[in-house]
Design a protein around this ligand. Structure first.
Ligand code: ATP
Length: 362
């Protein structure tokens, strides 16, 4: 099983800096997701690792060997590009068996790969007879069947409908584990990365934002961009007046003082982030005085398993998600209590460039 080290890699296209000093390590047999919005540099990074693009600076090391100057063919890396460049004149079977530059794979490997993606029964079809999602699954089968131990997948599940996407995530991960593969899986889909990755890296505008297990990244987003990219958040700006017994005292414009647990920090102009599911909404006053506000329901939206409320608290609009099964029976314009549990607030320095720029995905 190969280990991959990407060391200080930069790549520009003219004035566009697609990758800026990107460094990370992927261990033997690890399933590593690269998550980021469009234009983050994800595809460029996979191309640098596979050898299709030469970096301006930095090194790619596979299994202890510096392969930065090696051509793609000798890197023993399988790369499944975004989209699906299948050969239109070849059957599904032949597309998998004779990928670009391949001499032909053993029948058993081809059959296994086709069964994995659920298209063995379509082995005699031609690509144009398949749906877009099915074509992508053939491309996936081809990448898996090639047998390289380092597998690079660029948005492998994005063309699939949601149920198939979820089903295939687990099959993909299990198969990669069985085959002892080291995998880099690029996606812009947060939930997909969270559910499949052993560890993940968040990339934005060519810059690494955070690396860690999905849980670490979700529980402790390194910055406002990561917090906002992983899930919807409410932001509250304020001035940190002090920290008493771990509890930060934050003065805000419209909510007065709020309290949030925090480690010692060196900044005072802060933004506190609360996820909608971490805020408690109730008709009756909650059994605490800390961070409890009265607000008016502005919107109520049923979206199935959760109900989303938009509540106006002294001019601050807060998104609150409540399990539908326990959602209080309140309507628009009703007054409710909103409680911000101090342990769920995430504190960040107020960004120099302004909040909107700090969280923008483009
Ligand atoms: P997406 O999810 O949309 O594919 P990505 O994260 O994979 O995005 P890249 O495709 O690596 O991002 O692109 C990173 C940046 O480099 C973008 O601003 C893109 O427009 C630019 N870029 C990519 N390829 C080229 C190229 N061949 N010439 C010029 N600019 C490019």
């Amino acid at each position: 099983m190969p280990e991959l080290v990407v060391d200080s890699v930069s790549k520009s296209y003219g004035s566009i800096r697609a990758l800026r000093n990107v460094s990370f390590r992927v261990g033997d047999g690890e399933y590593f997701c690269i998550l980021g919005p469009t234009g983050a540099g994800k595809t460029t990074l996979l191309k640098v690792i596979s050898g299709l693009i030469r970096p301006d600076k930095g090194r790619v090391i596979i299994d202890g060997v510096d392969v930065t100057d090696f051509p793609p063919e000798v890197r023993n890396v399988s790369y499944m590009p975004q989209g699906y460049a299948l050969f239109p004149h070849m059957t599904v079977w032949d597309n998998v068996a004779y990928g670009a530059g391949m001499k032909g794979l053993p029948e058993e490997k081809v059959a296994d790969a086709l069964k994995l993606v659920g298209l063995y029964h379509r082995r005699d079809s031609y690509p144009h007879e398949l749906s877009g999602g099915q074509q992508q699954r053939i491309a996936l089968a081809r990448a898996l069947a090639a047998g390289s131990k380092l597998l690079l997948l660029d948005e492998p599940l994005s063309a699939l409908d949601i149920l198939l996407n979820i089903e295939l995530r687990y099959e993909l991960k299990n198969l990669c584990r069985e085959l002892d593969l080291t995998v880099l899986h690029v996606t812009h889909n947060v939930e997909e990365a969270m559910s499949i990755a052993d560890r993940m890296m968040v990339l934005r505008k060519g810059v690494v934002q955070q690396i860690g297990s999905p849980r670490e990244v979700y529980m402790n987003p390194a910055n406002l961009f990561v917090a906002n990219f992983l899930s919807e958040v409410n932001f509250i700006e304020g001035i940190l007046r002090g920290i008493r017994l771990g509890l930060g005292v934050i003065e805000t414009d419209k909510l007065g003082v709020i309290h949030v647990y925090t480690r010692p920090v060196r900044f005072w102009h802060v933004v506190v982030a609360y996820r909608p599911e971490d805020i408690v909404l109730s008709v009756d006053p909650p059994p605490t005085d800390l961070n409890v506000f009265r607000g008016r329901v502005v919107e109520r939206e049923f979206i199935g398993i959760v109900t989303r409320f938009l509540v106006d608290v002294n001019g601050v609009e807060m998104h609150v998600n409540v399990w539908t099964s326990v959602a209080p029976d309140v309507k628009v314009d009703d007054y409710v209590y909103v409680h911000l549990p101090p342990r769920y607030g995430l504190i960040y320095p107020y960004p120099r460039e302004g909040l909107m720029k700090a969280i923008a995905v483009e």
